[in-house]
Ligand binder design. Structure first.
Ligand code: GLV
Ligand code: MN
Ligand code: MN
Ligand code: MN
Length: 398
């Protein structure tokens, strides 16, 4: 099947009627259906599928072994995400395998298609959880204790899904099998729109992380409490949102986002007792922690002025990543020197890049929008991406 045909097969899985787009989260029903679908489709092209100790799926073309050529992406989404972020890399990998088989190619090296778990951190808060666990980039106990918004721990959800949670964690033997990792992904900004090419080679991923700001005040009555008597955590939270934008604007190319803010108890006529907000901050180079420190200072000043308490917790952080030089050069050469693009989006390939030679291919997104229903790739570009992936996989695996 072509990549577009495979994408069409899952077009109805996990649609989010309320938000638009898709909501597919670790261990939920849509994600389970997508995994089942992946196993069936991988088996149909003769791959042997196994689940690793961290819930990542590995579909092997031939016997597993060292120096493997590995490609893939993820099937989970952000809340209300697009159809391409993640699935495009998975369907392109399956389509590439089928195209290579059709021309009689058999890999000389071990070869696997992988689906990483919880790439978006949409349920348990830490992005690239599957690849972080595999590489030991997150402590297993910390991962087991992560909670989703309803209080269910990763350990509980994973156990319910059939994982042996005692074995969750760094998997050096499996990591040691990867010779090269390649992830194809939809482009997530405007980077490829005007370059006249359907495909780009990834160059860098900018440093990024997530911080939780918890403001505590005094829950109270919205009508009976005079303004002078309030200790309202929504005030410093709002000031933090604005400070994040203002402080990030002072740096070149910085991004700071508050995409999630939760007042408790959350009633129209109730002054909140606590407000939690999550800051996503990304700055090329080494300045992200400094930016977050400045935002934290602004948040503390605003909290103090209102008489609120503030606790700040770092939930994840990844340094700048430059993808493997030699692999990048090879990809460029083999594909006729398409553009090279940096990205502000995080990826499993960027986690793996700290351990094995890794690279990325991007497919043009004409809307320049991602993590939203408008994310898009033209069918011709999807096929061009899958062909490019097949081309480079063939060269890597022979
Ligand atoms: C994931 O796509 C991220 O960069 O947030
Ligand atoms: Mn994403
Ligand atoms: Mn993605
Ligand atoms: Mn991502």
């Amino acid at each position: 099947m072509t990549a577009s045909e495979l994408l069409a097969e899952i077009a109805d899985v996990g649609r989010d009627a309320r938000r638009g787009g898709y909501s597919r989260h670790a261990f939920d029903a849509p994600e389970h259906d997508l995994r089942t679908w992946f196993v069936e489709r991988a088996q149909q092209v003769g791959l042997d599928v196994e689940t690793d100790r961290n819930g990542n799926l590995w579909a092997w073309w031939g016997a597993p072994g060292a120096n493997a050529v590995v490609t893939g992406s993820h099937l989970d989404s952000v809340p209300g995400g697009g159809a391409f972020d993640g699935p495009l890399g998975v369907v392109s990998a399956l389509a590439a395998v089928e195209a290579l088989q059709a021309k009689g190619f058999r890999p000389a090296k071990p070869f696997a298609v992988v689906v990483f778990a919880e790439e978006e951190g949409g349920r348990f808060g830490v992005p690239c959880l599957g690849s972080r666990l595999l590489t030991g980039t997150i402590d297993a106990d910390r991962a087991r204790a992560l909670r989703d918004p309803s209080g269910v721990t990763f350990a509980e959800a994973a156990a319910k899904a059939g994982l042996d949670v005692d074995r969750v964690g760094a998997d050096p033997d499996r990591l040691g099998l990867i010779g090269q990792f390649l992830e194809l992904h939809v482009e997530q900004g405007r980077g490829l729109i005007d370059l006249g090419s359907p495909v780009a080679v990834g160059s860098t991923v900018i440093a990024h992380g997530r911080w939780r700001f918890s403001f505590a005040g005094q829950g109270n009555h919205a009508g009976a409490t005079l303004l002078a008597d309030r200790v309202d955590p929504m005030l410093p939270a709002a000031e933090t949102v604005v400070a994040a934008r203002q402080l990030a604007r002072k740096l070149s190319d910085a991004r700071a986002t508050v995409g999630r803010l939760v007042p408790t108890p959350g009633g129209t006529n109730v002054i909140a007792s606590t407000v939690d907000l999550w800051l996503d901050a990304r700055v090329p180079g080494t300045s992200t922690p400094q930016l977050v420190e400045e935002i934290t200072q602004a948040a503390r000043a605003a909290a103090e002025a209102e008489g609120c308490e503030l606790a700040v917790t770092r939930e994840s952080y990844s340094d700048d990543v430059v993808f493997d030089d030699a692999l990048r050069r090879s990809l460029g050469e083999w594909l006729g020197n398409p553009p090279e693009l940096p990205t502000g989006a995080g990826h499993d390939a960027a986690i793996l890049a700290g351990f094995v030679p890794s690279g990325m291919l991007y497919v043009r997104n004409p809307t320049g929008i991602s993590h939203a229903p408008e994310e898009f790739a033209e069918a011709d570009d999807v096929e061009a991406g899958a062909r490019a992936l097949a081309e480079v996989l063939e060269r890597l695996a022979r």
